[in-house]
Design a binder for this molecule. Structure first.
Ligand code: GLU
Length: 475
């Protein structure tokens, strides 16, 4: 850790382009930036890179902010919108021009195309050849359009001391004089990022390693302006289980899909993303407090990590079991109501809340919880699924009749009493408890699996339980 990382001046940022939703890789980048800033008591800023006017959309911006809020990645201050800062970017390009660190290039598109064609033919690297670098602008045709290009150093090399990738060096000869300001006066992405990071006082740039090549060019701008350089940390991208870069094909979806379609809890997603490329010993479950305490960007691995849905589900199951029942009930209620096609009454909402204790131990996601709770709210006579039907053969229906007769007089509808009564029925018939419990479960739930049978009897209550048994029994 460098000395500067002990100070409270650490500033990180997340800089998504709002051309799509907050995908899972972006969420991890945001998380790492957030954790690094929080660990050091610094600031975590948000910049929306909306300069691609054709592809940037308000719904994408909303989805990104919404996704970050859901993950609990709060940013400091207001988000910065890059497009609104175009004048400032142009100002810096003009400063560089005035200082001799940039120059006007009047090369026409046709001319550049001819240059590239020649490079292609001679199998030379394709890059701008610097034809206006040392020419006097007075040679330009009057009023001709121009771009402003960086006068990049041609000798020597640039080395980035990347916190994740280590030292990475590129020869300056390999970097051409990139455009800073286009002929219509709009800044290029490369310029905008550097100016914004500088103006936002960003000290640490943590982002996907697909931006590593940009860092060399971006450093040239910092150096030309004499600005303090940020520390870079380029994090390997997430790959799918097959080793290829994560894409839609792998189900690399927006984070809202993990929430809305897969029923994940945000702490499970964060814990999972945290451990994708970073770890703390063998710790599997890492609380947010511990993550803040332990996170160090320098320990992020260089190798790409593979996305593993099973591990995510495993973590999700853990966090579901740890969750307060009231929270779970609130989260699953809209799904339960949608599946039932009607709203829950207050009484039913209370049943849902009480059922969480029995349903959550086995659930991997909130969708499963909603599906598992549905039987509680079905109208009689409830439908039997195939496995329930199989349990309800004639002898079982007769047993249900005996169970009904034994339960009907019970006024004290408590777990202990119910347990005693059902056991008595089994003993009297010289049956194992399961032989009584299984048809009873089928009659009460319409399924062959459910929470414990006494819990089900309690959740449904006396009248509903007796009603459901009578619907299936033979007298
Ligand atoms: N807007 C870029 C992206 O979404 C990130 C740029 C950066 O982090 O420097 O990939």
């Amino acid at each position: 850790m460098s000395a500067s990382e002990n100070s409270s001046t650490i500033v990180t940022r997340f800089a998504p382009s709002p051309t799509g939703f907050l995908h899972i890789g972006g969420a991890r980048t945001a998380l790492f930036n957030w954790l690094f800033a929080r660990h050091h008591g610094g600031k975590f800023l948000l910049r929306i890179e909306d300069t691609d006017r054709a592809r940037s959309t308000q719904p994408a911006i909303d989805a990104i902010l919404d996704g970050m809020r859901w993950l609990g990645l709060d940013w400091d201050g207001e988000p910065v919108f890059q497009f609104a800062r175009a004048d400032r970017h142009a100002e810096v390009a003009n400063q560089m021009l005035a200082a001799g660190h940039a120059y006007r290039c009047y090369a026409t598109p046709e001319e550049l195309e001819a240059m590239r064609a020649e490079q292609r033919e001679k199998k030379l690297p394709m890059r701008y050849d610097g034809r206006w670098r040392d020419r006097d602008p007075s040679e330009a045709p009057a009023g001709a359009p121009f771009v402003i290009r960086l006068k990049a150093p041609r000798e020597g090399a640039v080395t980035i001391h990347d916190r994740v990738q280590g030292d990475v060096t590129v020869q300056n000869a390999e970097l051409d004089d990139m455009i800073l300001l286009r002929s219509d006066g709009t800044p290029t992405y490369m310029l905008a990022v550097v100016v914004d990071d500088h103006d936002m006082a960003v000290t640490h740039v943590i982002r996907g390693d697909d931006h590593l090549n940009n860092a060399f060019r971006q450093l040239t701008i910092y150096r030309a302006m004499g600005w303090p350089e940020p520390v870079y940390a380029h994090v390997p991208l997430i790959h799918g289980a097959d080793g290829a870069k994560l894409s839609k094909r792998h189900g690399a979806l927006g984070v809202e899909a993990y929430r809305d379609e897969m029923g994940m809890l945000p702490e499970a997603v964060c814990n999972y993303l945290l451990r994708l490329g970073w770890g703390h010993g063998d710790d599997e479950f890492i609380s947010r407090e511990d993550a803040i305490r332990w996170f160090d960007i320098g320990q992020v691995g260089k190798a790409p990590s593979r996305f593993d849905q099973k591990k995510l589900e495993h973590l999700n199951g853990h966090y579901i079991r740890e969750s307060e029942n009231a929270r779970l009930a609130t989260l699953v209620r809209p799904d339960v109501e949608a599946l039932l096609g009607h709203e829950l009454t207050d009484f039913e909402a209370d049943v849902l809340l009480r059922s969480m204790e029995f349903i959550k131990p086995r659930a991997k996601n909130l969708k499963e919880i909603a599906a598992s709770a549905l039987f509680l709210f079905r109208n009689r006579p409830i439908a039997m699924d195939e496995s329930a039907k199989a349990l309800l053969d004639d002898p079982s229906k007769t047993i249900l009749g005996l169970v009904f007769a034994a339960l009907e007089p019970v006024a004290d509808w408590t777990a202990d009493t119910l347990d005693g009564v059902i056991r008595q029925v089994a003993e009297a018939q010289e049956l194992k408890l399961g032989k009584v419990a299984q048809p009873l479960r089928a009659a009460l739930t319409g399924q062959a699996t459910s929470p414990g049978i006494f819990d089900v009897l309690l959740l449904l209550g006396r009248d509903e339980s007796l009603g459901r048994i009578s619907d299936q029994m033979t007298n």
